[in-house]
Ligand binder design. Structure first.
Ligand code: NAD
Ligand SMILES: O=P(O)(O)OC[C@H]1O[C@H](O[C@H]2[C@H](O)[C@@H](O)[C@@H](O)O[C@@H]2CO)[C@H](O)[C@@H](O)[C@@H]1O
Ligand code: MN
Length: 441
């Protein structure tokens, strides 16, 4: 059985321990030869890297492991998979993505609205650099990317590397939703055959078939309307995530056709959601006080104890497992079905060909073979077209260094709408992102 050479980009991520644990539990189905963790922050990565050494020694001693901040050591000739989860600017900039819009009375969120725009304008440059670094040595490596805002990163990478068919942008949210549906229905998530359409963090499930071909979505909708909606791993979630999942009931009541991605709350009810966001304590602060603190403390404790045996550093399994499921399906041409981000090319027949849509696909050694969705109703088409125009203009604003396009992008975003507000928040974000964004003219 072939063993794979894997690089994790963003080795110091709070999600890396989960990914490492996932690698250990999947060593029989996705065997790794060499694992390199790469990050630009030596300190952050060392803390996770030292934990990794102990974990791998105990659970996966055959892996050749190292961590580095040296690109030359990370990006070599024989990489099979690059698993990417970088955050340009770290939590310090995520906090600004949330707080700057809130200071203007707008939604402050990591991937949605002006915050997502700001994060996108930071991520694009680093992601282009990453692809160039990988491709300089490994032409055939698969680049599986979690880096957010995945919607904007996907549009940018398709624009800059149109012929590169080994870059696959993914999101764990549809997977988290499937696990949550599975819990409500008593069905394992892998036994669903979902039909899904939209953009990343902006999509809907239209059908949820079981192994016999029955559509369970109508039953699920009734369950959500009767008893509300919670994440599968509710006991491990912070309150803000529970509030987010709870909003699904309201969305389904208003728009019962399909089941929504939770991120739609920001676009459909911006005023209502805004009232719940605390400008003095945003999601970044909650993550820093929770997951970040816990992950780094637990890793340090394991290093101190010299064992990772009692370390339950991983909270949500879906994140680490999902990217490995996708890698495994590519590696062994399994053709398993996952929801991924792809160029539309007629999959949703009444959306632009070049949109990067999120749909179900059979994942093979030759890449995703997506399932066509067909025509979607006017309401969803209208929402998606405006959001896609926002994504495309964001990428154009970055590549052309255009203030005008940035202003157009933000004006089109449903969380902003007013051009005057768009200008105010853009000007504040330009200042907050100095050194990270290109200078806009
Ligand atoms: N697509 C999804 O569904 C999904 C799910 C969860 C997290 N994410 C994304 O994963 C990433 C990590 O999230 P996190 O909360 O753990 O953040 P984090 O800040 O803890 O980790 C990110 C790491 O990336 C490093 N980094 C920054 N720029 C880099 C670069 N140019 N090259 C290499 N490393 C770099 C940082 O130093 C940091 O250690 C973020 O982009 C986040 O949005 C995506
Ligand atoms: O606010 P965060 O940092 O906890 O999460 C932001 C990400 O949220 C989605 O992903 C998962 C996340 O990976 C998981 O650990 C848990 O928190 O649930 C989240 C949603 O179910 C989202 O898909 C990512 O794009 C975000 O970065
Ligand atoms: Mn996501």
């Amino acid at each position: 059985m072939k063993k794979f050479n894997v690089v994790i980009v963003g080795g110091g991520s709070t999600f890396t321990p989960g990914l490492l644990k996932g690698m250990c539990s999947r060593k029989d189905t996705f065997p790794i030869n060499r694992l390199v963790m790469y990050d630009i922050d030596a300190n952050r990565q060392q803390k996770i890297g030292e934990f990794a050494k102990i974990l791998l020694k105990e659970e996966y001693p055959e892996v050749h492991f190292s961590y580095t901040t040296d690109k030359a050591k990370a990006f070599t000739e024989d990489i099979d998979f690059v698993l990417c989860q970088m955050r340009t600017g770290g939590y310090a900039m995520r906090e600004k993505d949330e707080k700057v819009p809130l200071s203007k009375g707008l939604i402050g969120q990591e991937t949605c609205g002006p915050g997502g725009f700001a994060y996108g304008m930071r991520s694009i440059g680093d992601m282009i650099e990453l692809v160039n670094d990988v491709r300089a040595k490994s032409k055939d490596a698969w680049i599986l990317n979690y880096t957010n805002p995945a919607a904007i990163v996907a549009v940018a990478l398709k624009e800059v590397f149109p012929k590169d068919n080994r870059i696959l942008n993914i999101c764990d949210q549809p997977e988290n939703l499937l696990r949550s549906y599975g819990k409500l229905l008593g069905v394992h998530e892998r036994d669903f055959e979902p039909v899904y359409f939209g953009l990343n963090h902006f999509g809907w499930f239209t059908n949820l078939y079981d192994t016999e071909g029955n559509d369970l979505l109508p039953e699920l909708r009734e369950k959500i309307l009767d008893g509300g909606f919670r994440p599968a791993d509710a006991e491990q979630r912070d309150q803000s995530w529970l509030d987010t999942y709870a909003m699904v009931e309201q969305i389904v009541r208003d728009f019962p056709d399909y089941l929504p991605n939770t991120y739609l709350q920001y676009y459909l009810y911006p005023d209502q959601v805004l009232k719940k966001l605390n400008p003095d304590f945003t999601r970044t602060n909650e993550v820093q006080a929770g997951r970040e603190k816990r992950v780094f403390k637990d890793c340090a404790l394991a290093v101190e104890a010299g064992t990772a045996k009692d370390c339950d550093v991983v909270q949500n399994d879906a994140h680490g497992e999902f990217i490995l499921f996708v890698a495994e399906s590519i590696a062994y041409n399994k053709g398993n079905n996952f929801i991924v981000i792809l160029k539309n090319d007629g999959l949703v027949s009444n959306l632009p060909e070049d949109a990067m849509v999120e749909v179900a696909a059979s994942i093979t050694a030759n890449g995703p073979r997506p399932f066509a969705v067909g025509e979607i109703p006017t309401f969803y088409k209208g929402l998606i077209e405006a959001q896609y125009a926002y994504e495309k203009l964001t990428v154009e604003a970055y590549l052309e260094k255009s203030y005008g396009k940035a202003l157009q992008a933000l004006t089109l975003n449903r969380t902003v709408v007013s051009a005057a507000q768009a200008r105010k928040v853009l000007d504040a974000l330009v200042v907050a992102n100095k050194g990270y964004w290109p200078e806009l003219n």
